[in-house]
Design a binder for this molecule. Structure first.
Ligand code: NAP
Ligand code: 12T
Length: 347
């Protein structure tokens, strides 16, 4: 590291995730000597403020990465496919928030609380997992370490901000239109590039990302495949159902797990999660204490509550897991990866 810090680039700086990347880099005082903010041609010229200083956003091109040491990508998979290798070629380490490289064998897929050590084998690109995967593995890793884990069945309740700034606008506009008695218009959700669009205001849509041939959506397959990769366990059984809700920020998950050890109690699980890294336990039915997205916005932790032992399966447990999808689900996890690279002398 130079004395003052690293030359950092943020690709997609004007987006929902990029905005939170800048907030998180500033809040955690990541050592930055130079900051390059990149977007498409559309936003080139836009002024953004970082730590009280004004920066002009530039159009991302291969040449943008000359001299860059750490590049945080969050501008969609096609941009990553076009530019990540160009950045690496010029000496940068890429931390990629898209699904472009997550399942590549030579690309570490990292949640620092779970598998920070995987960073050691990197070849220039490091992938940030899907938002829904990240908060789930943060909550489950301590349980897996203590009691083993053989099965996960998860249903998600996901916020629209995961689908970007246009999806947030669509929810707000539709909500206003319904209240005003007007016909709501849909053009973004569930998937912008698909033919059909559905109203999200006052609704729940059981489709996030595109359908795959096996009947699962790509978001569901991301949770399934990424969880096995992060936990280094291909025999772990995982099934997911991903649902979009009219919530702006904060993903919630109802998670059923089966552990390998017998005679584990709810109190055992609570004790583990009370001290787990990145976890806040919020679980007290007598006080109606449980996590909710509206109260997790802006927080770094993953919140866990509603822990119950299954009534029929003695190794089964149910949990409710909530986190800010733009922070731990995206920007914070990327910045934590950068912090881990610095700590492990890998940059
Ligand atoms: P968003 O609000 O729509 O923002 C998209 C950003 O990408 C904007 O800054 C946009 O710049 C930029 N961009 C678009 N096309 C570009 C191009 N051709 N070249 C350079 N920049 C371009 O979306 P978002 O929610 O921030 O998400 C961005 C991406 O992050 C998603 O597509 C997804 O791959 C990933 N993501 C990952 C997670 C996760 O689970 N970890 C969660 C959310 C998002 P303009 O202002 O110029 O349009
Ligand atoms: N389609 O980068 O729509 O895997 O909420 C994250 C969130 C893709 C990703 C979403 C998506 C990703 C969404």
């Amino acid at each position: 590291m130079s004395l003052k810090g690293y030359h950092v680039a943020v690709v997609g700086a004007t987006g929902a995730v990029g905005t939170q990347m800048l907030n998180t880099l500033a809040d955690r005082e990541f050592p930055i000597s130079k900051l390059t903010l990149l977007s498409s041609k559309r936003s080139a010229g836009t002024k953004l403020t970082f730590k009280g200083q004004e920066y002009t956003v530039e159009e991302a091109t291969p040449e943008s990465f000359e001299g860059v040491q750490i590049a945080l990508f969050s501008a969609g998979g096609s941009v990553s496919k076009q530019l990540a290798k160009e950045a690496v070629k010029r000496g940068a380490i890429v931390i990629d928030n898209t699904s472009a490289f997550r399942m590549d064998k030579d690309v570490p897929l990292v949640v620092p609380e779970v598998n920070e050590e995987d960073l050691k084998g990197h070849n220039g690109i490091i992938a940030n997992p899907n938002c829904s995967t990240i908060q789930m593995v943060v909550a489950l890793q301590p349980i897996r370490q203590a009691f083993g884990l053989s099965k996960i069945i998860v249903s998600t309740y996901q916020a629209v901000s995961g689908a970007g700034a246009q999806a947030i606008e669509e929810l707000k506009q539709q909500s206003q239109d319904v209240l005003d008695g007007k016909e709501p218009q849909a053009s973004i959700l569930p998937v912008k590039s698909d033919e059909k669009h559905y109203q999200i205001a006052y609704n729940a849509i059981p489709q996030i990302d595109k359908f795959q041939e096996n009947g699962f959506t790509f978001e569901e397959m991301k949770m399934i495949n990424e969880t096995k990769k992060i936990m280094h366990d291909d025999s772990l059984q995982v099934a997911a159902t991903c649902v979009r809700l009219p919530v702006v920020t904060g993903h919630s998950e109802s998670v059923f797990i089966q552990v390998e050890k017998d005679d584990v109690s709810v109190e055992d699980v609570r004790q583990l999660l009370k001290d787990a890294p990145g976890v806040t336990l919020q679980d007290d039915p007598s006080k109606q204490l449980y996590p909710m997205p509206a109260y997790c916005v802006g927080k770094y932790d993953t919140f866990v509550g509603r822990i119950r032992k299954d009534l029929d399966n003695p190794r089964g447990f149910h949990l409710w897991v909530v986190s800010d999808n733009l922070l731990k689900g995206a920007a914070l996890n990327s910045v934590q990866i950068a912090e881990s690279l610095v700590k492990l002398n890998l940059v």
